[in-house]
Ligand binder design. Structure first.
Ligand code: MEV
Length: 421
């Protein structure tokens, strides 16, 4: 059946009407697909106000990572992820870090950067200095946009002006440096950048094009450090294996991408659970990993004098506690409450601690027994469910899949058929 994607007034329908229209338009009668409409009514109404053209919600598992001690305080960390073994590995490594005091963190001020791009400037270097000469006027104008932020100690604090060569053209790029306090900050800095545009055009004599925050949030860094006991990790050879794995990621972008993906397994899960912008944090992370001109590992590992493993990491962490889904999504709100954080910086520091734990967990598994053993055992449960196992059958099929060593759908279907006689 050919689908016509033009549905007039689609956005005006209710979620249930939209879903019905979509299923009809696609000629779908399948029970499995109509099932996506079985969303809790309250959640559906909230979702309908969060984004456009909502038809349903997608439940993602929310797990709690245990064992985390950060700066001497214990936290139970909510993690939203579809990937098996992520929550287990984070909890596991946090348990090892805990033996030596857990994670120690720090962070910079919550500073975001807004960019104002100016094109067609006759004298870019002259314009650059004219912008600096009007620094206070620019800051005052920016701060006039957000009296509340200024009242709580944030606001526009400084400017930077860069000359960006883009082939045959030259752009003057104003950076507005804004302390966003407990906000993620996108709205605040975008509003300020917007307001500056006419004045920037006047000062530079050019035309203002883009006015938007930079996700390369390298003035909003969160840092973490942990010592992992050598023996609890599995001995000196495992420590050396982790150091070899780290050296590999530090030297090779192909490996670094996977290494950092492992970090983001933990980071993104907490960012998502707390209703923050996963893509913003991911953009910040990967731009930071390439900041030296070559993509490399976000984390670092070394050995202390006793042969224990010392892991450290510093990365941009643009997360907030006010605004956006953190305030509108009831599960995100509950997750923040459960975590018990009172500032965006505290949340950012817990997130990097989880990222480091996740990374160390992956490297430990890779260096010791290999990743597939743990993965496969958790994967077996997924395969059992995929094969259609229900209730007690899930454990029975999982156990037999693991025992047989063939964690495959066809095997799971055979086992299930056998169990059901
Ligand atoms: C899988 O989601 C993440 C790992 O590949 C990370 C790594 O290789 O370091 C296990």
């Amino acid at each position: 059946m050919t689908v016509n994607s033009r549905i007039p007034q689609f956005y005006k329908l209710s979620p249930a009407e939209r879903l019905k229209t979509v299923l009809e338009t696609c000629g779908i009668k399948d029970e499995d697909l109509t099932r996506i409409g079985r969303t809790d009514a309250e959640m559906l109404s909230i979702a309908d106000h969060m984004i456009e053209n909502v038809v349903a919600t997608l439940p993602v598992p929310l797990g709690i990572a245990a064992n985390f001690t950060v700066n001497g305080r214990d936290y139970l960390v909510p993690m939203a992820t579809e990937e098996p073994s992520v929550v287990a590995a984070a909890s596991n490594m946090a348990g090892v870090a805990r033996l030596k005091g857990g994670f120690t963190t720090s962070s910079s001020q919550p500073i975001m950067i807004a960019q104002v791009q100016v094109v067609d400037v006759q004298d870019p270097f002259g314009a650059r200095l004219r912008l600096f000469e009007r620094r206070q006027d620019l800051l005052d104008l920016a701060n006039a946009q957000d009296a509340f932020l200024v009242k709580v100690g944030g606001g526009a604090k400084d400017i930077q002006v860069r000359i960006v060569d883009a082939g045959a053209r030259t752009f003057v790029v104003l950076h507005l440096i804004v302390d966003v306090r407990d906000a993620m900050g996108a709205n605040a800095v975008n509003t300020m950048a917007e307001a500056l545009a006419p004045l920037v055009a006047e000062i530079t004599g050019g035309r203002v094009r883009l006015r938007i925050l930079s996700n390369k949030a390298d003035m909003r860094l969160a840092r973490v450090r942990a010592t992992y006991d050598r023996d609890a990790l599995g001995g000196a050879d495992v420590v050396d294996g982790i150091l070899d794995a780290y050296a590999f990621a530090a030297a090779d972008p192909y490996r670094a991408a996977t290494h950092n993906k492992g970090i983001m397994n933990g980071v993104t899960a907490v960012v998502l659970a707390t209703g923050n912008d996963t893509r913003a944090v991911e953009a910040g992370a990967h731009s930071h990993a390439a900041a030296g001109g070559r993509y490399t590992s976000l984390s670092h590992y070394e050995k202390d004098a006793d042969g224990n493993l010392v892991g450290t990491m510093e990365m941009p962490m643009a997360v907030g506690l006010v605004g956006g889904a953190t305030k509108t999504h009831p599960v995100a709100q509950a997750a923040v409450k459960l975590l018990g954080v009172t500032s965006a910086s505290e949340l950012a520091e817990i997130i990097v601690a989880v990222g480091l734990a996740q990374n160390t967990g992956a490297l430990r598994a890779l260096a010791a027994e290999g990743i597939q053993k743990g993965h496969m055992s958790l994967h077996a449960r997924n395969i059992a469910v995929t094969a259609g196992a229900k209730g007690d059958e899930i454990e029975a099929v999982t156990a037999r899949l693991k025992a047989g060593g063939k964690v495959r759908l066809d095997t799971a279907l055979e086992i299930l058929a056998e169990l059901r006689g």
